[in-house]
Design a protein around this ligand. Structure first.
Ligand SMILES: Cc1cc2nc3c(=O)[nH]c(=O)nc-3n(C[C@H](O)[C@H](O)[C@H](O)COP(=O)(O)O)c2cc1C
Ligand SMILES: [Mn+2]
Length: 451
């Protein structure tokens, strides 16, 4: 368990997973270039100690650039990530309210609020401007008051204005619309620079009405300490580096984009809600955290993987208790394609799994089903199953149109996709015809070193 982001960074440094960059960098492209490179070479996370034009600020990037970093954030072994995540996600621990915390060391309210003083980063070459990309938004249901945590990008619009891209099928987007129906704004706090469990917890695919602070508490094995905001009725992590308090402007929309998105392509300008900022509080010498997205794999992918894999695993398990493994694939952006291995007990049950998974609405466009003797993490074995265990005329299911939360540019319209499933499990009868050829005694060959 880490007390806060700083505690976690100390741990990362001791593991050789944090690099301090002393060379001064620009917020436009230069920070993101380093993040792109570290994502492509498997880490480490980067702490930029000198940011041109922003004396006294440090910028943290690529904190979850690799799966290894996500595993370190959860304090689990990389090869046990899904297993451990499933257990921890179920272990809910309620947050604890404290009277104050380090996040209150500096307070800007009223005219002091000035977002241009924060080192907001411009990432991709064609992005329309600087974005906050890894702020954890905390909002409350306008009727029940139940909190929600999620991450939504925010475009810098002015010294006290940001866009807030939260679509209607995400929980925060729903809350914004509910408040608008009552002709009100929604109070939203954005916490930047929090301990890893809060960030990972914000990505849990739990139903509407569950406060993800309880999930974060379970992930870290201790309650998250929260304190009240200055200008809105929302609670935030007491040791966050920065908190931006604000209220959405009912009915107002602003062009947001183009922006280099998780599918690895630019999204066109969208009409996004607007947040009027009412206060900014922070720690002394704050660390501003930014996250990269774009071509997989980035932290926008690694952070999504386990929330999605957990939902898929739980769903498959309801249908086939003998589910062996689930792999959200990197090329599938950890959202669009999943490979699932099962021990089939009846001839067509892989088809039931395909239909169930495509209905989840988490962005899945392709489900590939294989038997339990196929390693879902090995693309060669998966392709071998496709080459030898399935016939395209009868083993592919195509669903012409479903509602789906996706930014896949090939979709015919926003939030609509076609989807498909491939049953590459072998028929149950004449099973011997699909058996892998194996040579006895390979493990006894001592004169060659294995991988
Ligand atoms: C780095 C990062 C950036 C993200 N940016 C956005 C975004 O701009 N808009 C969005 O709708 N979801 C974004 N997401 C995904 C949501 O935060 C995620 O789907 C979350 O689980 C939604 O929470 P909810 O289930 O409470 O709605 C982002 C995720 C990560 C890790
Ligand atoms: Mn939620």
């Amino acid at each position: 368990m880490f007390e806060d982001l700083r505690g976690y960074l100390t741990h990362l440094e001791s593991q050789g997973q944090l690099l301090r960059v002393a060379e001064p960098v620009e917020v436009k492209y230069e920070i993101a270039a380093g993040m792109r490179k570290t994502s492509d070479i498997e880490g480490p996370a980067l702490l930029f100690e000198q940011v041109k034009g922003f004396p006294g600020w440090r910028v943290l990037g690529g904190l979850f650039a690799t799966r290894k970093l996500v595993a370190l954030g959860l304090g689990v072994k990389e090869d046990q990530l899904l297993d451990r995540y499933l257990t921890l996600e179920d272990q809910r621990i309620a947050p604890e309210l404290v009277s104050t915390g380090p996040v209150k060391e500096i307070r800007w309210t009223g005219d002091q609020v000035d977002l241009s003083k924060l080192p907001l980063v411009t990432h991709a070459g064609k992005d329309c401007g600087p974005y906050i990309t890894i702020g954890v938004q905390i909002g409350k249901d306008p009727e029940t008051g139940v909190r929600n945590l999620s991450i939504h990008r925010m475009l810098l619009l002015g010294k006290d204005r940001l866009s807030l891209w939260a679509p209607a099928d995400h929980h925060l987007g729903r809350m914004i619309l509910m408040a608008e129906e009552k002709k009100r704004g929604l109070e939203v706090a954005t916490a930047i620079g929090v301990d890893p469990a809060i960030i990972i917890g914000s990505q849990a695919k739990v139903p509407y009405g569950i406060d993800e602070f309880h999930v974060a508490g379970g992930l870290r094995g201790a309650p998250v300490k929260l304190t009240k905001c200055e200008t809105i009725d929302v609670e935030v992590p007491a040791s966050a580096e920065i908190v931006i308090e604000g209220v959405t402007v009912p009915g107002e929309r602003v062009a947001d984009g183009p922006y280099g998105e998780y599918p690895g392509c630019y999204s066109e300008a969208k009409q996004a809600p607007v947040l009027k900022v009412t206060a900014i509080t922070m720690r002394q010498n704050p660390i501003y955290q930014t996250a990269l997205t774009g071509m997989p794999v980035t932290e926008n992918h690694t952070l999504i993987e386990y929330g999605n894999a957990a939902v898929v695993y739980r769903e498959v398990k309801k249908i086939v208790p003998e589910v062996k493994a689930v792999h959200m694939t990197p090329g599938g952006t950890f959202r669009h394609h999943v490979v699932v291995s099962i021990k089939k007990r009846s001839q067509e049950e892989a088809r039931n799994v395909i239909l169930a998974l495509l209905s989840l609405g988490i962005g899945l466009k392709q489900v590939t089903m294989v038997d339990d003797d196929i390693n879902v993490f090995d693309p060669l074995e998966v392709e071998w199953a496709l080459s030898t265990r399935m016939q395209p005329d009868k083993d592919i299911i195509i669903i012409p149109r479903i509602a789906c939360s996706t930014l896949d540019p090939s979709c015919p319209a926003p939030r609509i996709t076609a989807a498909w499933g491939i049953d590459a499990t072998a028929p149950m009868k004449e099973r011997w015809r699909f058996e892998k050829v194996e040579i006895p005694g390979v493990d006894k060959v001592k004169y060659l070193k294995g991988k």
